[in-house]
Every structure is written in C-alpha cells, then in structure tokens.
Design a protein around this ligand. Structure first.
Ligand SMILES: Cc1cc2nc3c(=O)[nH]c(=O)nc-3n(C[C@H](O)[C@H](O)[C@H](O)COP(=O)(O)O)c2cc1C
Ligand code: SF4
Ligand code: SF4
Length: 644
C-alpha cells in the first residue's frame, strides 16, 4: 500500500502530464477550434459543423486542431464554437452554421481577422471584446458544477485533471471516512435529486449499516419532462461526477459503484463509459486506487427510460433485473438496498458538488445560498424565455432574477404568467410571487418543490388548466401501477381535467378533483403518486378563476383549449386579394365572402392554427375567440362564378 508521500508523487506525475498536455493544446502554433457537442449542440447541427470544419480546413490548406467540448449553458445560442488563434484570446461564436464555419476558417484562421461581429464574447480578459463572463447571466451565476462545462473536452481525462480534477479524491484517500463525512455535514449539502435530504446524514447511515459492504450509485435517470441538467453535466464533465462518486465510496467504505443512466441518453453513456475507462487506466479507480490497495470498481447501468426508475428503490430493483417498481421504506436503501447491502444513491449534481466542497472547504460552500439551503443548484430552463439553457445559481436566487435577469425575459412582448418548477412533482408559481427565493422550504410553502432542477417558463398564452393536464398526463402514464390511488386516482383526475378543458365540466368536477388530489397524495406509496397532484393543486390555488371560466363560461382565457376556442378572420383587417391563409388550411375551411375577404367555415375547421401563422404580420387578421360560441355569424360565400 502506498504511503502518503508515494501517493502524492504518483498523482503529481499524472497531474504534470495533464498540465503538459493542456499547455501543449493552447500553445500549439495551430489554431484551436472547439465545438460544443453536448446534445443541445448536436441537435442544432454541431455534428455537421465538425465535419465542415475538418473538411474545409483541409481543402483550404489550414492547419487547425478541432476539439469537442460540452455545454457551456447557453443552449439558446447553439451551435457554439470557439476559435483560439496563437497569441490571441479565444473567442466564442454563437449560432454557427456551416456557412459561418467556413467564414471563421477563412477570416479568423487564414486572415487573422477575429470577425468580431459574430463574437458572443472572449473566453479570457481581452482588449477587443468583453469576456463572456460579463454577460448579464454570469453576474447572477455561481458555477461549481458547471465550472468547466463547455470549456474542456469531456472525453479527455487530462483536461479535467489539468483543471484541478481528482485532487479532492487524492486528499480523501488520506482522510478518515468520518472526517470526509464531517466536512460534508459542515457544508450543509442537501441532495440535488429532489427531496433535499442532508447528504452527510445519508452517507453516515450507509457507512454504519450492519448489512454488509456498501454500494454507491450515481442516479442519472432524469425522466422529468423539460429537465436535462443531469444529462448535460454527464455529457460535459463526467469526471467531476465520477470523482464525487469515488469520494462517496471512500467515505462509506464501498468498493463497488454503479452509474445509472437512461438508455435514451446515448451520448452521456458513451462519455461516462470513456471516463470510467480512462480513470481506471490512470489508476484513479479500479482494483488498486493509486497504489493504496483501495478498490473501487464502477459499472455503467443503462436504464430503460421509465420515470419511476429514478425513484431509488425502483432504480435498485431495475439493477437487480426486476421490474422497476418502488417498495416501501424503511428499510431505506442507505441501510439496506441493492442485493440487500447498504446502498448510497445520490444524484449527479450532488456528486459533482462533492469534489468542490472538499477542495474549496466547507465554509466556501455555506457562504453561498441560504442558511438552510447552502450552495448552488443547476436548473435547466425551457419554455417562454429569451435565453433558455442551463444555469447554476446560488440557492435563494429569486424566480424573477432567473426569468428576467438570467434568461432574458419573455419573448415577443408577452407577459410572464407562471413558472413550473420541480417537474411533474412540482407546481406552478404565479408571476405575482416572482420575488420568491428558490430554496427548499420556500418553494414547498408555495406549493411547489425544487425537484431536480427542471423549470418551464409560462407566458400569457399558456392555459394553466392545460398545463396541469399535461403534467398529470405524464405522471399518469408513468405510474408503475402498484398503488390503486396512483394508478386509478391519477387516471380519474386526468379525465376530470380533460373534461374541464373540453368545456364538459360542472362545478362538481372541481370538487371531485380536489378531493381526489388529496387522496392520491395521501394514498400513494412513492413520491411519483404523492406529488403527482401538485401541478393540479398549485394551479387551483393560484389560477382557480381559469378553472371556473372553463367550467362556468365554457371559455379558455388563454385561448388554448381547442374545444373552447374558434378561429375567426376579422373582416376589417383581412386584405381583399390576399389569400395566404387559404392554401395552408388542410381542410379547405377558409372561403371567400362577397366582399372578397376570407372567412372560416367553423364546421370544417380542425383548429390547427395554420391560418394564424400564414396571415402576414401587417394584417394579423386571423384571431382566436373563446367561448367558441361568440364567433360572429358567418357571411354568405362569394357566388361560385365570381370566386375565380
Ligand atoms: C418518481 C421519482 C423519480 C425520481 N427521479 C430521480 C432522478 O431521475 N434522479 C435523481 O437523482 N433522483 C430522482 N428521484 C429521487 C431519488 O429517489 C433519490 O431521492 C435521489 O436520487 C437521492 O439523491 P440525492 O440525495 O443526491 O438527491 C426520483 C424520485 C421519484 C419519486
Ligand atoms: S405511487 Fe404510483 S409509481 Fe409509486 S409505487 Fe405507487 S403506483 Fe407505483
Ligand atoms: S392571410 Fe390574412 S389577410 Fe390574407 S386572406 Fe387570409 S386572413 Fe386575409
């Protein structure tokens, strides 16, 4: 077994090698081009850009190094490319398409012109361009988990080590388990997977369990609609998560670990697998960690994509080859879980925070966030905001700061209506409560929860009854069926909600819905069922008027529910002679009236909204009306013989 000095020397060799490689990358006389190839980038064409950059540089006879990096968080601006010319700062270019990529090669690489018009920012202090860190978003962000995401190659372990990676693991190797857990307890870290359970406490239970040698699991299941933060972290910096997992293993005395990633995340799986191979190759994991005689073997498990398999007991069942169904707790997995052994299950983000806490010191963590919710949280923000993407902010940041200061506000001059936080387990918080700080307790008081970090921003055009129906439809479909309340109760709630959105409901529907919601909450075994009513309960709490409008007036105030809304062409705005909408209507429901203006034949209209999109913005003649019965009486069509 290595003595502490030998241990330090071994690691120092690895670190020096990594630093040398990192320096060589940046000091290379060739231009260095990096492309963000996390799923967000790939979805916007980053894969094609890689091909273009490689082929065009060869064709143009340019010497460049092209590397892949992960997601820097500005998903709205993908594909993101950085170009670093020798002796210059690296510049970050947004929304790069193949044409722009070719221009970057010609202007920046060949001619040395930084092409500033397209630069989003510099990645270092620079005289020509303000750094990216000066963008408003970064003034509110505090990056611990995302610090290196989008800047290093996730498939090159040397990059992570050059950034200081695996130093916390090295330190932990010479610490007593109780010392590691003590530091974690002092940091006040709470699990980032949803419930916010104190991490050190769970580690303590696992370490002290009498049921054999512990197992640690990284929970990368992430099934909430709209949530992609765990995937992005695994795709952008898998080593930080693995380092956290290895430290957890040392603290609880585990020599076996699992990384559980859903099969729908193929890139995350590939990058985690590569990271595991490389860490094992360097002796940071495996049979004999850095010659200490300590063992930590990690297996990658591909989940089959059921939301309920993110619940820790269901996750454990699925690793055991059983159907992914939750079981009652206690015993809690930390006490007795996989194969009957103590099993520590932690979220991806929780684990990614561990090396940071050990490296920077627990007090640096408690200085961030609020007293009861210290540290940072990564949110994936989607929906009606200008700049959706990944953000990492101190807990306690307000909803308003998140929506307006960080994500750029609501597009197209629309108004902010609400924010769904916590995925299907969470709830909708109205714009009137936008000063609410995001911490575990305050969100719960508001009827929602932190969840694992998925946020959907809603504007005036979102119908809150439909939003509740959407989330309930998701949880209903994902119920494992074990409990009657969850299996049948959510289905009945869904039917009631559907009838409300169709204008077929009476006030009794509302009463029944509320009663059922409470029953499902109380009667469900796991949190899937117990939290499924949250979107319904919060929308009822804050937007009851909208429910009542659907029930009593058969009206959808947000003009979204199909059955309660009709399309109508305002004659005074319709331009006679323009028939842009006619050709787009799939059911030929638009006809020409005597005055040559257009009208919609309601019986034929399937409410697809194509006519709204087709009508030129200078006319904006097609509108939606609710209740549908308020559409003015139709005028006679133009006589057949005049219509040609
Ligand atoms: C239906 C359901 C789905 C869940 N999905 C996830 C998930 O995808 N990732 C996750 O980390 N935790 C998920 N959880 C929470 C886990 O059961 C568990 O609390 C968590 O992984 C513990 O990690 P933490 O202490 O680091 O938060 C889910 C819980 C429920 C009830
Ligand atoms: S609450 Fe729903 S998902 Fe959870 S165990 Fe019961 S039926 Fe399954
Ligand atoms: S597209 Fe608009 S302006 Fe043109 S005919 Fe249709 S409704 Fe009238």
């Amino acid at each position: 077994m290595a003595r502490p000095d030998d241990l330090g020397n071994r690691f120092e060799q690895i670190r020096q090698e990594a630093l040398a490689r990192w320096r060589a990358l940046w000091e290379d006389p060739r231009a260095l081009i990096t492309v963000g190839t996390a799923t967000c980038g790939l979805a916007q064409g980053a894969g094609e850009l890689l091909d273009v950059l490689r082929e065009s540089s060869t064709r143009l006879g340019l010497e460049v190094q092209v590397r892949e990096v992960g997601c820097i968080g500005h998903c709205y601006a993908e594909p993101l490319v950085t170009v670093k010319m020798p002796g210059m700062s690296p510049y970050l270019y947004a929304r790069v398409n193949p044409t722009k990529a070719e221009l970057l090669l010609r202007y920046v690489v060949r001619d040395g012109d930084p092409f500033l018009d397209f630069v989003m920012g510099a990645l270092q202090e620079d005289e020509l361009m303000p750094p990216v860190w000066d963008l408003p978003r970064f003034h509110y962000e505090k990056r611990l988990i995302l610090e290196h995401c989008g800047l290093i190659d996730p498939e090159d372990i040397h990059h992570y080590i050059a950034m200081g990676g695996y130093r916390a693991l090295l330190r932990s190797l010479s610490m007593k388990p109780e010392h590691i857990i003590g530091k974690l307890a002092a940091s006040g870290l709470r699990g980032r997977g949803g419930a916010g359970f104190p991490t050190a406490h769970k580690w303590e239970i696992c370490k002290n369990s009498p049921y054999g040698s512990p197992i640690v699991i990284c929970n990368g299941d992430e099934g909430d609609p709209g949530a992609y933060m765990d995937r992005a972290v695994l795709e952008s910096n898998p080593h930080q998560v693995l380092e956290g997992l290895a430290i957890a293993a040392l603290a609880v005395g585990a020599s076996l670990g699992y990384v559980y990633v859903r099969a729908e995340y193929p890139l995350a799986i590939r990058r985690v697998r590569k990271a595991l191979e490389d860490a094992t190759h360097l002796g940071l994991m495996g049979r004999d960690i850095l010659g200490t005689g300590r063992e930590f073997q990690v297996r990658l498990f591909e989940g089959s994509g059921a939301f309920v398999c993110g619940e820790e007991t269901a996750l454990i069942a699925s690793i055991q080859g059983e159907r992914g169904m939750p079981r009652p707790r206690p015993p809690f997995p930390a006490e007795r879980g996989l194969w009957g052994r103590p099993t520590l299950v932690n979220n991806v983000k929780t684990l990614a925070l561990i090396p940071k806490i050990l490296e920077n010191g627990e007090s640096s963590f408690t200085e961030i966030g609020t007293p009861s919710s210290p540290g940072t949280m990564v949110f994936s923000v989607v929906g009606k905001c200008e700049q959706p993407g990944l953000v990492e902010v101190p807990l306690g940041t307000t909803l308003k700061q998140l929506v307006f200061d960080i994500c750029g506000g609501i597009p197209a001059g629309k108004s902010f209506k609400a924010l769904q936080i916590g995925g299907p387990s969470g709830g909708c918080i109205p714009a009137s409560l936008q000063d609410t700080p995001m911490d575990y307790e305050t969100l719960q008081e508001a009827g929602s929860m932190m969840g694992s970090g998925g946020i959907v921003v809603l504007d005036e055009e979102d119908c809150m009854v439909e939003v509740a129906r959407f989330f309930l439809e998701f949880t209903q479909g994902e119920s494992c069926g074990k409990c009657t309340f969850c299996r049948i109760g959510t289905r009945q709630m869904l039917e009631l909600l559907t009838e409300i959105t169709m204008g077929k409901a009476t006030p009794e529907h509302l009463q029944l819905l509320e009663e059922l919601a409470m029953d499902v909450k109380l009667g469900s075994l796991c949190n899937l069922g117990a939290t499924a009513p949250n979107p319904v309960l919060t929308t009822l709490r804050y937007f009851r008027q909208e429910y009542l409008a659907h029930i009593l007036e058969k009206k959808c105030p947000a003009l979204q529910c199909r059955e309660l809304t009709a399309y109508y062409i305002l004659p005074e705005r319709c331009a006679a002679g323009c028939d842009a909408c006619v050709g787009t209507c799939p059911t030929e429901a638009i006809y020409t009236m005597r005055n040559r203006k257009k009208a919609v034949e309601q019986e034929k209209c399937v409410k697809c909204g194509e006519c709204v999109r087709a009508c030129p913005p200078e006319y904006k003649a097609v509108i939606r009306i609710s209740p549908a019965t308020e559409v003015p009486a139709p005028q006679a069509p133009r006589a057949e013989k005049d219509s040609h």
